[in-house]
Design a protein around this ligand. Structure first.
Ligand code: MN
Length: 329
């Protein structure tokens, strides 16, 4: 997935401050709709980053989309575009997406499996939905790489998540470890991500790591987290310190994502499809993409080349007229 906003803004976040000094049990963040671009743009709902919050652990981006009919190839059609300084983590509820990247990876992803792409210093990829399923419905998450891993060589992983039952609930752990299930995909800071399914009227209590911040990515059925209502399509955030997570489904069968992680504690600059540490790094990444791929199609550059995609790579948007400043959380 690419950030295809015409004019992506750099958001400078500050720690949430509450006038009475008391943090809420759950911070509820609303989505905003963003078109993924192209003549028949798929609308996605972005709940992270936003002005109030830029990170949950090292998770720095949450886009949800669908359910939407997928009657033709390319209902989602994201041409080759770059990433650096982050990982992309793709999870589907319904549908199928064909992934191609400049490491040579070519992978179909179906519900229940995770595609994790570590961009490191630079990669490019395309994502195109197929006609294998009638409906497209999923989430894309990004993690910000810690400074020690930002220059890693790019690589790609695919894994079918293991399922663990907790009472009436089922959990599919696709990043990190939870309830004795461990995903083998690579994380560079302590992280977890899982799909949680609950039957109507059920409640589940999950153990939490008190060092983690957590997010509940709610789909079209509202949820209740720690006793707080999280409306459809919103993101509920629990600050570090919780020893358990209580999820209820007041309205019907629930399917949500839970993400969590230790606070990154590094200031980051995030613009378009890049995570860096300074304005100059972001400018350099943009310049190299425009020079090596958009202008020259130089296969030896930092972002390599994607084979097999029918179409041109995405040019970068213009940089804003202000110097990007790091945001901290
Ligand atoms: Mn992408």
């Amino acid at each position: 997935m690419s950030n295809l906003e015409r004019d992506p803004q750099e958001l400078v976040s500050v720690q949430d401050r509450h006038p009475d000094g008391a943090a809420p049990a759950v911070e509820v963040l609303a989505p905003r709709e963003v078109p993924l671009g192209g003549p028949r743009a798929l609308l996605v709902r972005r709940t992270l980053p936003q002005r109030r919050r830029s990170l949950i652990g090292a998770w720095c981006f949450v886009d949800s989309y669908g359910p939407t009919p997928a009657p033709r190839h390319g209902t989602m059609d994201t041409p080759p575009h770059p990433h650096a300084g982050l990982q992309t983590v793709s999870w589907l509820y319904e549908g199928q997406i064909e992934h191609r990247d400049s490491t040579g990876a070519h992978q179909l992803i179906d519900p229940g499996a995770v595609n994790l792409m570590t961009a490191g210093r630079g990669i490019q990829h395309s994502e195109v939905s197929t006609t294998a399923a009638a409906t497209l419905h999923g989430v894309q998450l990004w993690t910000a790489l810690p400074d020690a891993a930002r220059d890693a060589r790019p690589f790609f992983e695919h894994h079918v998540a293991d399922v663990v039952a907790v009472g009436d609930a089922t959990l599919r752990v696709f990043v990190g470890s939870w309830l004795g299930v461990t995903s083998p995909v690579t994380a560079y800071t302590p992280l977890v991500a899982a799909e949680l399914a609950l039957p109507a009227g059920a409640t589940v209590e999950l153990p939490a790591d008190a060092a983690f911040e957590y997010g509940l990515v709610v789909d079209h059925v509202p949820a209740r987290l720690q006793g707080v209502d999280v409306p459809a399509h919103h993101l509920g955030v629990v600050a570090a310190g919780a020893e358990g997570l209580r999820v209820e489904t007041p309205e019907g069968p629930l399917r949500v994502l839970l993400i969590g992680g230790a606070p990154l504690d590094e200031p980051i600059v995030m613009w378009w499809n890049f995570v860096g540490r300074s304005h100059d790094e972001i400018v350099a990444a943009r310049d190299e993409w425009q020079r090596d791929v958009i202008a020259d199609a130089d296969r030896a550059g930092r972002f390599g080349h994607v084979d097999g995609y029918d179409g041109d790579p995405l040019p970068a948007p213009e940089l804003p007229n202000v110097r990007l400043r790091p945001r901290e959380q």
